[in-house]
Design a binder for this molecule. Structure first.
Ligand SMILES: CC(C)(COP(=O)(O)OP(=O)(O)OC[C@H]1O[C@@H](n2cnc3c(N)ncnc32)[C@H](O)[C@@H]1OP(=O)(O)O)[C@@H](O)C(=O)NCCC(=O)NCCS
Length: 219
């Protein structure tokens, strides 16, 4: 499939507008995307892969993505990423990737923790957005909003009725971003096992309706 480029201005919090381009990730972006995820979700990945962030980034770069990975680029630098899941995913070769990077004990631990976290599958007519992350130094400058706007547009082009996502309770920047784009909480999952590991207690499942005119996919 050919690449589609979407340019646009992202509104900043007083730092002015940030020009970003949102495009599907290429193979050469994998390492940067891994780094973005390691930096974006330290509470999640440090307990799984250990405190070495570079190693976490390398593992994350090697794990097969759950959907189409997009990146936000500014002046040639990748500053953000998200993944759009349109279809049920196929099982990934998790174990072999973990063993490539980690000793047996650490790989076993990471494997079990990742199984415990589970895998989310898109509900019917719904696209899932996952792994939304902006480089710390570029946060608050509209990049997240631009990426989410593009995620919604891509899901709509793919004929989905709504977009769903999971967000840890208490993640105020993400929650405000999603709410401002029309996402509403559908249900709450208690993460009893996660409390001791990640400090997180509840995860929210939010959806946004894509709102088609009469006769469209939402009818
Ligand atoms: C969540 C995240 C992706 C937002 O990206 P961002 O580029 O900083 O967001 P934007 O600058 O586009 O801001 C969009 C909206 O988010 C909200 N927001 C962003 N930063 C915020 C902050 N520090 N506090 C409160 N709200 C904030 C605001 O509603 C803002 O809208 P506004 O500009 O009209 O005020 C980014 O903070 C991030 O990478 N966090 C770490 C990873 C993560 O938690 N991902 C989400 C997992 S579900």
């Amino acid at each position: 499939m050919g690449e589609r480029w979407v340019s646009g201005q992202a509104r900043g919090h007083g730092d002015g507008f940030v020009e970003v381009t949102v495009r599907p990730a290429r193979d050469s972006d994998r390492r940067t995307v891994g780094r973005l995820l390691a930096l974006g979700f330290p509470d999640k990945f440090a307990p799984v892969f250990g405190p070495d962030r570079e190693r976490a980034a390398a593992i994350l770069a090697d794990l097969p993505p759950s959907g189409t990975v997009y990146v936000a680029e500014r002046a040639g630098e990748v500053v953000g990423t998200f993944t759009l899941v349109l279809e049920e995913r196929t099982p990934s070769p998790l174990w072999s990737v973990l063993r490539r990077h980690l000793g047996l004990g650490a790989a076993l631990r990471a494997f079990l923790l990742l199984q415990l976290m589970g895998t989310s599958h898109p509900e019917p007519h719904t696209a899932l957005v996952e792994a939304v992350a902006v480089l710390p130094e570029w946060r608050g400058r509209g990049v997240g909003r631009r990426m989410m706007t593009e995620a919604l547009a891509s899901a709509r082009r793919a004929g989905r009725r709504r977009v769903g996502l999971y967000v840890v309770e208490g993640n105020a920047p993400a929650f405000r971003l999603y709410t401002s784009l029309g996402f509403r909480v559908q249900r709450t999952h208690r993460l009893l096992w996660a409390r001791s590991l990640f400090g997180a207690q509840r995860i929210l499942y939010m959806t946004a309706e894509l709102g088609y005119p009469r006769g469209g996919p939402g009818a």
